[in-house]
Design a protein around this ligand. Sequence first.
Ligand code: 5GP
Length: 212
Amino acid sequence: MSRLALAPPDRGVLFVVSGPSGVGKSTLLKAALARIPGLSFSVSATTRDPRAGEADGVDYHFVARERFLALVEEGAFLEHAEVYDRFYGTLRAPTEAALARGDSLILDIDVQGARQVRARMPEAVHVMIVPPDIGSLEARLRARATDSDAVIAGRMAKLAGQLGAVGEFDYVVMNDDLEAAHACFQGIMLAEMSRRDRRASWVARFAPLASH
Ligand code: 5GP
């Protein structure tokens, strides 16, 4: 699908997108980022090692544990959380700068982080991506033969914890049919970008007609 010729809103929208691993979140995110102008991916800081194909500053800012903890002390994070024994966090300054410029951002974060963003930035829009059923995700976790039972049990608990928080989200997208999921996900973003309070300049263009 081609990039839309759409003017970005006057005020950027902060989209928090959560969902269990293996649900297809990154496929939905990539398509939305390619299609919707003025929308960028928020690059988190993490203490985990880069995976093959991941680039520093693009997928994550890869930092040492000591550096991460120093940033926590400085109050540099909008939110941060420990996931699978690794730290992840969203840096406050680039997030605020993007929104002030009118750019919208996608934060791909877990539900612990989503709660912190909800408390600190109530205007953020929260979207949860869910699978049609939990069984297929569990089967995928179990199929990784290299993981010990304890590791698998930990991942399953995490999965349940993520999906169990769905009631806290503004929107829910089920990744059953991929085309439908893309349409719903992008539809949510486009609708939020079309809210009148984010389109003050368009409204002002026609405000003089209000008395007619
Ligand atoms: P992965 O290591 O597979 O890239 O990500 C593991 C989990 O960490 C995913 O659920 C992802 O959403 C979450 N995550 C990634 N970045 C952040 C972040 O900045 N903050 C929080 N709270 N979670 C994050």
